[in-house]
Ligand binder design. Sequence first.
Ligand SMILES: NC(=O)c1ccc[n+]([C@@H]2O[C@H](COP(=O)([O-])OP(=O)(O)OC[C@H]3O[C@@H](n4cnc5c(N)ncnc54)[C@H](O)[C@@H]3O)[C@@H](O)[C@H]2O)c1
Length: 355
Amino acid sequence: MTHSPIRLGMIGAGGIGKVHMEVFEGIPEVELAAVTDIYLPLAQKRAQEHHIPVVYGSPGELLKDESIDAVVIAVPNQSHAPLAIEALQRGKHVLLEKPMAIDSESAKAIVEEKLKSGKVLMMAHQMRWSAISRAIKQKIDKGDVGTIYNAKAGWMRKKGIPGWGSWFTRKDQSGGGPLIDIGVHMLDLALYFMGNPKPISVYGSTYAEFGPQKQGIGTWGTPNWEGYYDVEDLASALIKMDNGSTLALDVSWAAHVAALTEDPYLHLMGTQGGITLYGSSGRYVTHANDEVIESDIQPLEGEMDRTLLSRHFVECVLEGREPITSAITGYTNNRILDAIYESSRTGHEVKLHWE
Ligand SMILES: NC(=O)c1ccc[n+]([C@@H]2O[C@H](COP(=O)([O-])OP(=O)(O)OC[C@H]3O[C@@H](n4cnc5c(N)ncnc54)[C@H](O)[C@@H]3O)[C@@H](O)[C@H]2O)c1
């Protein structure tokens, strides 16, 4: 049993690693014990900024430290599986950044190690904890929507390619473009609201019209103009579930789309009502006496999404509970992403079989 304070090791001190450090600093049950990054000066800088006493020169050294109970893995996607597996083998609980892995084969290897280890493995999908997501989930659980039979999820950025030429845009390091980067958040959120039905069939296409021309560059990440771009910049897919429901997913880093907002969106259509999420706001729609009735959904009060995510991780570690963003949900997401890429490559529907 792990006791408070949880001694936490930070693997990866880049953009999102820093955000995790800021949040965990404010959680009393956690002690930031050590940090590592392959770029050592960055790990040293973060250690100073966040009063972390130990800097390790590599993840391997940090994971050998027996005093560390849990780790946050916030490194490029291709290192998620090797590091998560090693961490679980060394008896650490893991908070893993999304996507779970670069592909579903690697994600499956994480799930197997997690089951062997008996440790907590949680995916960092903070959107499930936003004030509007929590309000929407409450409404769904109350029965206001009925059975959700159709959903449309998306995130269409017009000019948002992160870190052109860096790991973000190299398929061997990222696994793909916006689909695996931001699409995975929308997929995760949609499946959660839909009650985690089993996906059985996938049809999709991906396109790369901006990235290869060095167009559509956004502000996240640092470009490397010596690097390359071999991922998609737009993806569109239809996913069918075993209960007959369908989910359409549209994502882009760059596109000619005159949308009013570049916020993530989600339409959930149920037998009793529907919900639309746009960024941080939500609308509920239903029919009464053959009239359409719409109302705003009030976001729930409380702490910010990332704080709630981190608290959930802490509770799961201290109480031995399974996180809502479990290893299985991460693996399911990776299976769907793989199937969309495969469908795009082959031009055919991809059937998913579950063991
Ligand atoms: N949940 C979210 O909304 C969200 C947002 C951004 C990024 N992410 C995810 O977080 C991860 C990191 O993204 P980022 O934006 O912080 O990238 P980043 O490039 O800013 O930072 C990654 C850091 O990892 C270090 N690193 C690379 N390989 C390493 C290794 N093997 N061991 C130790 N350190 C290593 C790099 O030196 C760098 O400092 C990615 O998987 C990304 O998908 C999630």
